[in-house]
Ligand binder design. Structure first.
Ligand code: AVI
Length: 323
C-alpha cells in the first residue's frame, strides 16, 4: 500500500473495498455481488440443478398456497410488503392464488434497485392487471422505518429465498428486531430459511459444475476493475466455498493463487496478496429448528406456523410479534 491518508470515497462500494482489502483477513460484503452482471448470474444460479433452494421454496409456496392464503386473509385486508422481491417468480404463486380468491390486498415490493422494481411492476401489470402494486425503492431499513408508522391496514412482510442467511446470526437478530419493531399486533412476517442438511448437498449448491457460482463470486473482481479502475486478473484467483456442519455456516472466498500486488487506481492503493491469501466474500448461514427458535426469541417474534418440503430441506416460517 502506498497511501498516506485515506482517499475520499465516492461510493459505498469504494469505501467497503478500501476498508475490506486493507484489513486482515481481507473481506468484501456480499451485498456488492449484485451489480447488473451479478443480478443476471444470480438469476442463472436459481435455475441450476445444484441450487435447490429456489425450487424447494417454490414447491412449498405452491403446495401450501391455500393454507397460507387463509392465514393472510384472516387479517381482512392487508398490505403485502416483500423485502428483496427480485423477479417475483415465487411470490407470483401467492399472487395468483390471492387473485383467484379475490383478496383485498396491495403488493409493495421493496428493492434497492429501481430497475428491478420497474421490471417487476411491468410483468405484474401484464400477468395480474387487477393487483394494486406500489413499489418501494430503498434499503430494507429505510422502507421498514417508513412503514412502521403506517397503521391503516395490517401488514404481511415477506422475506423469502433464505436471504436472512446472508447475514451472520448476530446481524440476523438485529435485522429481525427491526422487522419486529415495524410490526403491530396481528401483523405477520413470513420468512424462507434454508436448513442444515447433508453437508455435500449444501457445498454443491455453492460449487456448481457449470461454474456459474464461481463466475458470480469472481464478478466482484471484475466489478472492482470496472468501477474502481482495479487491475485484478480473475484467473489469478479461485472460487472456494466451504460448509461447516456444526455452525451451519457456508462461506465463500476468493483465494489468490500466487503472491501478487494489485493496483486499485481509483483508491490509490496497491493491495498485496500472499500466495493462498483469501478475500471472504459471502456467508450463507443454514438454520435448524433450534436456531430458528433462538433467532425468533432474540428478535421478539413468535413462530405461529411452519411449512417445509417433504425432506425438510427448506422451511418457511410465519411469525407474529410477541406482545
Ligand atoms: C441470495 N442468497 C440467499 C444466495 C445464497 O444462497 O446465499 C446467494 C448465493 N450465493 C451463491 N449462490 C447463491
Amino acid at each position: 500500500m502506498n497511501n498516506t491518508k485515506p482517499p475520499e470515497f465516492k461510493t459505498q462500494f469504494a469505501e467497503d473495498v478500501f476498508k475490506g482489502l486493507t484489513s486482515y483477513p481481507k473481506k468484501i460484503s456480499s451485498k456488492f455481488l449484485y451489480d447488473e452482471k451479478g443480478d443476471e448470474l444470480f438469476q442463472q444460479i436459481m435455475d441450476l440443478p445444484e441450487y435447490y433452494l429456489t425450487g424447494k421454496e417454490y414447491q412449498i409456496l405452491k403446495r401450501h398456497r391455500e393454507e397460507l392464503g387463509d392465514e393472510f386473509a384472516s387479517l381482512e385486508g392487508f398490505d403485502l410488503i416483500e423485502l428483496g422481491a427480485g423477479d417475483g417468480k415465487k411470490t407470483k404463486v401467492l399472487l395468483s392464488h390471492f387473485e383467484e380468491k379475490n383478496y383485498d390486498y396491495k403488493y409493495l415490493p421493496v428493492d434497492i434497485s429501481k430497475n428491478v422494481l420497474e421490471q417487476l411492476k411491468g410483468s405484474l401489470q401484464q400477468e395480474f392487471p387487477s393487483v394494486e402494486v406500489e413499489p418501494q425503492q430503498g434499503t430494507y431499513a429505510e422502507v421498514l422505518s417508513r412503514l412502521a408508522d403506517y397503521r391503516e391496514r395490517k401488514k404481511v412482510i415477506l422475506f423469502l429465498g433464505s436471504n436472512i442467511g446472508n447475514l451472520t446470526p448476530e446481524e440476523a437478530v438485529n435485522f429481525l428486531k427491526k422487522i419486529s419493531s415495524a410490526m403491530h399486533e396481528k401483523d405477520l412476517f413470513f420468512m424462507g430459511v434454508d436448513q442444515k442438511k447433508d453437508p455435500k448437498v449444501i457445498l454443491d449448491a455453492y460449487n456448481d459444475g457449470a461454474g456459474v457460482t464461481e463466475a458470480f463470486n469472481k464478478n466482484l473482481l471484475t466489478r472492482m476493475n470496472r468501477e474502481l479502475d482495479a487491475e485484478f486478473d480473475p484467473e489469478d484467483f479461485m472460487h472456494w466455498p466451504l460448509y461447516d456442519p456444526e455452525s451451519g455456516v457456508a462461506k465463500s472466498f476468493l483465494v489468490s493463487k500466487k503472491e501478487q500486488t494489485v493496483a486499485i487506481n481509483a483508491l490509490d492503493i496497491k493491495v498485496h496478496f500472499q500466495k493462498w491469501e483469501t478475500i471472504h466474500t459471502e456467508v450463507s448461514q443454514k438454520y435448524d429448528d433450534t436456531s430458528i427458535a433462538w433467532l425468533a426469541k432474540e428478535a421478539g417474534l413468535e413462530i405461529s406456523g411452519c411449512w417445509a418440503d417433504k425432506d425438510s430441506c427448506f422451511k418457511n416460517h410465519l411469525f407474529k410479534r410477541i406482545k
